[in-house]
Design a protein around this ligand. Structure first.
Ligand code: VG1
Ligand code: CO
Length: 544
């Protein structure tokens, strides 16, 4: 095997964000761009020589080319063995499952998740560590530091590997195994949920379901699990063929971008259960017949009903949610007498809590839910968890959620995104908030009085690492809250996220429309942050 050492110069913009390095495809196609970052990963992983790595992606444009390049670079860098998903496919949770199952050293996942794909879309790359979870900040910082000084990379001069059939081969000394991307993951799901009971539910005349894979990676997973293993009728999975450009769509499972599913679920004769997943399969949206379940409520409902599910029947050690996620799950945790942790945005912050068995279930308001079965959020896992609960309880999605509110009260919740706004004024908006939160406590805005205001900082209870500047939170004495932060996954300009939450214990007020219920807070967010002025937008691009 000929190994070439190619000289290169650093790029200054290879700092991983909330979930890996995300850029437009055209940036990744710049000569040496991908190679520099991949070499920076190998250079910062101590002891990776001779070890096993897992490799795969969500099938978006540039996935296959990147995989061939990474295979050749891995061989040149002394990696022992690579397990790659057939067709270059691995959903993010499946990659996490396979890293854990094979006790691999780590994995490289190619995805820009919910960002659009295609030649004009986005591409991304993230590194996951031995526990199967996203690299913590100290690893991503080391990779970034390396990328700023890199002057060469190594690559083997060999032919491409055929990714389309299962095989065991070699590139020089390195073993390459093309593996089934679905099987190990589907088996893990079978070990957690009562498949017999879900099969019965689906077989009955009184229940129907629809899953929208948005032409992204969960297509083959959902067809295998829902249609083949659980007997749902063919066609239950719509948009189930992964496409390089996701059919031109935005593979983000929310009410705006999953419009095909919304049409089905809000029509007359809608199915009883609907779900969608994102580009790389780690997000989920849950719908009932003409009913939307907010991700924050979904986490709370799963926590309250976990004892009904075989994999969790022995109880939960604790739960964790990202800071902007609503406090609905906190109320359930309090009732169960378990701890509830509040972490910064991004799944990497759950890893230590899961490893130390301080949390069993975790969730984010951004349609992410998961557990200690892997170290990533997991879209289909959430779908199966819901189906298992529905099968046991025999109630509708809407009834389950409404009864939950009756017991715990309702946390009205919404996120307003201002996407692709100018970076400088968005940063100024955040800076102004940052400098004013210190004096906000006790301040009155109409009926609202500020209970606390800060820029969220998190000290990891396991390793003591501190992550600061994680979002401005302003909490009011009535339990409502506004949070402001800038996205760390966007690739154009800046995206401002405004998270709004208010608590309503009175069940007679639970049917108010969400935006109406939150109107006073929405107005207050504008008053405090002057969103219109700084974003030059009259309204948010996406409301979830
Ligand atoms: C967003 C979400 C965050 C999530 C992240 C990655 O980050 O808000 O909760 O963990 O995406 O999800 P940000 O920084 O844009 O708000 V995924 O499905 O892209 O891996
Ligand atoms: Co994702």
């Amino acid at each position: 095997m000929d190994i070439r050492t190619v000289s290169t110069t650093p790029f200054s913009d290879q700092k991983p964000g909330t979930s890996g390095l995300r850029k437009s495809v055209t940036v990744f196609q710049k000569p040496h761009y991908l190679e520099n970052f991949v070499q920076s990963i190998f250079d910062s992983l101590e002891g990776c020589q001779g070890q096993t790595l897992v490799l795969g992606g969500d099938g978006r444009y540039y996935n296959r080319q990147a995989i061939q390049t990474i295979l050749k670079m891995a061989a040149a860098n002394g990696i022992g063995r690579i397990l790659v998903g057939r067709g270059g496919i691995l959903s993010t949770p499946a990659a996490s499952c396979i890293i854990r199952k094979y006790k691999a050293f780590g994995g490289i996942i190619l995805s820009a998740s919910h960002n659009p794909g295609g030649p004009d879309g986005d591409f991304g790359i993230k590194y996951n560590i031995t526990n199967g979870g996203p690299a913590p900040e100290k690893v991503t910082e080391a990779i970034y530091a390396r990328s700023k000084v890199i002057d060469s990379y190594k690559i083997a001069d060999v032919a491409d590997i055929n990714l389309d059939k299962l095989s065991v081969s070699r590139i020089g000394e390195m073993g390459v195994e093309v593996i089934d991307p679905v099987e190990p993951y589907a088996r893990l799901m079978e070990s957690l949920f009562d498949f017999d009971r879900i099969r019965e539910l689906i077989k009955g005349d009184s229940f129907s379901l629809c899953m929208d894979s948005l032409h992204a990676v969960t297509g083959p997973y959902a067809k295998n699990i829902l249609e083949q293993r659980l007997g749902a009728p063919g066609g239950t999975v719509q948009n189930g063929e992964p496409l390089e450009d996701f059919g031109g769509g935005h593979p983000d499972p929310n009410l705006v971008y999953a419009h095909d599913l919304v049409e089905v679920m809000f029509a007359d004769n809608a199915p009883d259960f609907g779900a969608a997943s994102d580009g790389d399969g780690d997000r989920n949206m849950i719908l009932g017949n003409k009913f939307f379940v907010t991700p924050s409520d979904s986490l709370a409902v799963l926590t309250a009903n976990a004892h009904l599910v075989p994999g969790y029947k022995d109880g939960l050690s604790g739960v964790a949610r990202s800071m902007p996620t609503s406090a609905a799950v906190d109320r359930v945790a309090a009732k169960l007498g378990i701890d509830c942790y509040e972490t910064p945005t991004g799944w990497k912050f759950f890893g230590n809590l899961l490893d130390a068995d301080k949390a069993t279930l975790c969730g984010e308001e951004s349609f992410g839910t998961g557990s200690n079965h892997v170290r990533e959020k997991d879209g289909l896992w959430a779908v199966l968890f819901w189906l298992n609960i529905l099968a046991v309880k025999g109630e509708s999605v809407e009834d389950i959620v409404r009864n939950h509110w009756q017991t715990y009260g309702r946390n009205f919740y919404s996120r307003h995104d201002y996407e692709e706004v100018a970076k400088e004024p968005a940063t100024e908006l955040m800076e102004r908030l940052r400098s004013s939160v210190g004096e906000m406590k006790g301040k009155k805005f109409g009926a609202y009085e500020v209970d606390y205001a800060d820029d969220f900082s998190y000290t990891d209870p396991i390793d003591g690492s501190v992550s600061s500047k994680q979002g401005i939170r302003i909490g009011f004495t009535d339990g409502s809250r506004i949070v402001f932060r800038l996205s760390g996954t966007g690739t154009k300009g800046a995206t401002l996220r405004v998270y709004l939450e208010s608590y309503e214990p009175d069940a007679s007020k639970h049917s108010v429309e969400t935006q109406a219920a939150l109107k006073p807070l929405i107005d207050l967010a504008e008053e405090i942050a002057q969103i219109r002025k700084f974003t030059e937008r009259e309204e948010p691009t996406v409301i979830t």
